[in-house]
Design a protein around this ligand. Structure first.
Ligand code: DX5
Ligand code: ZN
Length: 220
C-alpha cells in the first residue's frame, strides 16, 4: 500500500509561499488549510489565494476546508482545479450531495471528522468518497499534540474499506511527526498531513523522506 506525505503550508512562511512550495516538491500533495474564522477560530485564506497557490505549486493541491456552509462553497475549490477537496461533515447538510458535485467537477472528494465526531454513520457511505480525514487534533491550529484516542476510528475505517474492497485513502492531520506517524500507519492510515514536522527544524526534503520511511516501515 503506497504512503502519501502531504505537507501543510499552514506551517510555511505566508509571505514567501512560492519559495516554501518549491521546498516540498518531493511530497505527494500540498495540504492547503482553508479556515473561515467561523467553523474554526482561525482565519487563513479563500479561493483567490488557493487559485494562486494552484498556479505556482509544483505538486497538486489537497484542499482541507475548515469552513461553514460547505454545500455552498466547496464546489468552487474543485473548479479551481484542486486535486482533492475535503470538507467537514459537521459543516455539511448533505455530505453525499457535496461529494457527488465535487467528483462531477473532477476533484477527488473527501470528508473530514473532528476528534469528537463518530465515524460509524459514514461507514456505509464510503463508496461516495475518495478520502476520509480523521483529525488527530482539534482543527484550527498547527503545532498541537497528536490525539491517539482518535485511532479506533481509523481502525474501523480500515476494516470497512478493506471489507468493501474500496481504495478510499485514509488521512490523518494534526501532530503528525516521526514519533506519531507510525501509530497512525499501524491503525490503517496511508495519507499523512504534516505541517510543523516538515517545515520546522531541518530541511523539508529530508523531513519528508524521514516521515515517508517511518510510515512505510509501519505499513504492510
Ligand atoms: C489544523 C490543520 C492542519 C495543521 C497541521 O487544523 O488542519 O493541517 O496544519 O499542523 P501540524 O502538523 O503542525 O499539527
Ligand atoms: Zn489540515
Amino acid at each position: 500500500m503506497p504512503v502519501r506525505i502531504n505537507p501543510s503550508i499552514l506551517a510555511a512562511d505566508f509571505v514567501n509561499l512560492e519559495h516554501d512550495l518549491q521546498r516540498i516538491s518531493s511530497a505527494d500533495l500540498v495540504h492547503v488549510d482553508v479556515m473561515d474564522n467561523h467553523f474554526v477560530p482561525n482565519l487563513t485564506f479563500g479561493p483567490q489565494m488557493v487559485g494562486r497557490i494552484q498556479d505556482v505549486s509544483p505538486i497538486p493541491l489537497d484542499v482541507h476546508l475548515m469552513i461553514s456552509d460547505v454545500d455552498r462553497w466547496a464546489p468552487g475549490y474543485a473548479e479551481l482545479g484542486a486535486y482533492s477537496v475535503t470538507f467537514h461533515v459537521e459543516a455539511a447538510t448533505d455530505p453525499v450531495a457535496v461529494a457527488r458535485r465535487l467528483r462531477q467537477i473532477g476533484a477527488r472528494a473527501g470528508i473530514a471528522v473532528k476528534p469528537g465526531t463518530p465515524i460509524e454513520p459514514y461507514l456505509d457511505l464510503l463508496p461516495e468518497f475518495d478520502q476520509v480525514l480523521v483529525m488527530t487534533v482539534e482543527p484550527g491550529f498547527g503545532g498541537q499534540s497528536f490525539m491517539p484516542e482518535t485511532m479506533p476510528k481509523l481502525t474501523a475505517l480500515r476494516d470497512a474499506v478493506n471489507r468493501q474492497g474500496l481504495g478510499v485513502w485514509l488521512q490523518v492531520d494534526g501532530g503528525v511527526s516521526l514519533d506519531t506517524i507510525g501509530i497512525a500507519a499501524d491503525a490503517g492510515a496511508n495519507t499523512f498531513v504534516a505541517g510543523s514536522s516538515v517545515y520546522t527544524g531541518g530541511d523539508p526534503t529530508d523531513n519528508i523522506a524521514a516521515l515517508r520511511a517511518e510510515a512505510a516501515r509501519h505499513t504492510h
